[in-house]
Design a binder for this molecule. Structure first.
Ligand code: HEM
Length: 344
């Protein structure tokens, strides 16, 4: 990661989140084609890939400090945003190890990890944290291992036990979600927590997705992109706080659309964990306002076409009904209709 860390980001009113040119250009724009429909869009999470946001195990960008502070605030207001069932203890340590190993090797200027047997020392220079602890001994950390690590990483994380040929939502820290609730989904199976999604089940996507994940191998993580839209740079669009953010959807006008409406992209990565055989699902959320998308001609044209032709059932599920036409009308003059190459 190059560039300056932002320390004044605010993901709640008064909103204040600026994206540098570098951050705009590393945004994982989710539309390789002019139309969008659900698909089995899963690929190996290898280094490289179409944009820089995908080039590390866990992506750290200029919003790291602001996002960690927002996460801490949400957890203080609602500690149940982090829950892990007792049988997931091994998975908690697996996650901590994966987090510390990958952050310290991908970003040695920001994170350092020293190991002498089970005596570990972790330093997070961005959050001013230094911690010596014994790997495997929870009493030597200020929080349980999953919570300790997830608080120091951008994005949401869920932990899934694998049994009875299914995956179960048996833990997580979820503070920046697109309108779903960990509290509600805890203990559910793969098909149960996906039940609100339209069309994908009939298309066979969840059967194939689950079969694929049950065979996921250690050391071979995979990734997929998901997207929706959010009004204002608000990370926490949870059902728990719907009364705070729901009405924002009615506030979009042709004057404020470029500032207010954000394309919300989730870079989702999945890992088999070594001791527990659990699966880690990491959801890294990127919010880019229409005004920043406008700076890349291909993106603004493609977003116009995707939104204009989006299946109404998907649009409603994603909560776009109150402002989709305003965004399409705003983008229309900037789309000359000329063919665009496949890819982002
Ligand atoms: C939506 C979790 C893997 C496809 C969702 C939702 C959750 C979720 C919580 C929101 C459901 C709601 O409205 O309440 C997970 C977890 C996964 C996983 C924890 C892995 C352990 C997958 C895979 C696929 C997939 C492998 C496809 C291959 C989708 C789709 C949606 C969805 C298409 C609808 C998204 C939208 O339109 O915004 N997922 N998912 N998921 N998931 Fe998954």
């Amino acid at each position: 990661m190059s560039g300056q860390m932002h320390v004044r980001d605010s993901y709640r009113p008064p909103f204040h989140v600026e994206n540098s040119e570098e951050t705009i250009l590393r945004f994982p724009f989710p539309f390789p084609e002019d139309t969008y429909m659900y698909s089995m869009n899963v690929e190996p999470h290898v280094r490289g890939g179409p944009v820089e946001a995908m080039s590390h195990t866990f992506d750290v960008d200029e919003h790291y400090i602001g996002e960690c502070a927002e996460k801490a605030r949400i957890l203080e207001e609602d500690p149940k945003r982090c829950m892990v069932l007792p049988h997931m203890r091994d998975a908690e340590w697996d996650f901590l190890e994966l987090g510390m190993d990958s952050l310290s090797s991908d970003y040695p200027e920001h994170f350092t990890l020293k190991k002498e047997g089970n005596d570990w020392r972790w330093e997070n220079h961005l959050l001013n944290i230094s911690q010596s602890f014994v790997f495997g001994d929870e009493a030597t950390l200020p929080q349980a291992p999953f919570e300790y690590m997830a608080r120091q990483m951008q994005g949401d994380f869920t932990l899934h036990d694998q049994r009875e040929n299914d995956l179960w939502m048996d833990g997580g820290m979820v503070t920046s979600q697109a309108d779903w609730s960990l509290k509600f989904d805890m203990g559910m199976s793969f098909r149960q927590w996906h039940a609100p999604v339209p069309k994908a089940s009939e298309m066979g996507i969840f059967d194939r997705g689950l079969r694929f994940l049950l065979m996921l191998q250690y050391g071979r993580p995979v990734r997929r992109l998901n997207w929706t839209m959010t009004i204002n740079p608000r990370l926490d669009t949870s059902p728990e706080n719907y009364m705070i953010w729901g009405e924002d959807r009615a506030s979009v006008t042709s004057e404020n659309v470029a500032e207010k409406v954000h394309l919300r992209v989730e870079l989702q990565t999945l890992y088999r964990l070594p001791r527990s055989n659990a699966i880690l699902f990491a959801i890294r959320c990127y919010l880019l306002p229409i005004k920043d998308i406008m700076t890349v001609p291909k993106w603004r044209k493609r977003l116009h076409r995707v939104l204009r032709d989006l299946d109404p059932t998907l649009a409603s599920y994603k909560g776009l009904d109150l402002y989709r036409s305003t965004v399409v009308e705003f983008l229309r003059p900037y789309d000359d209709g000329a063919p665009l190459s496949v890819g982002i």
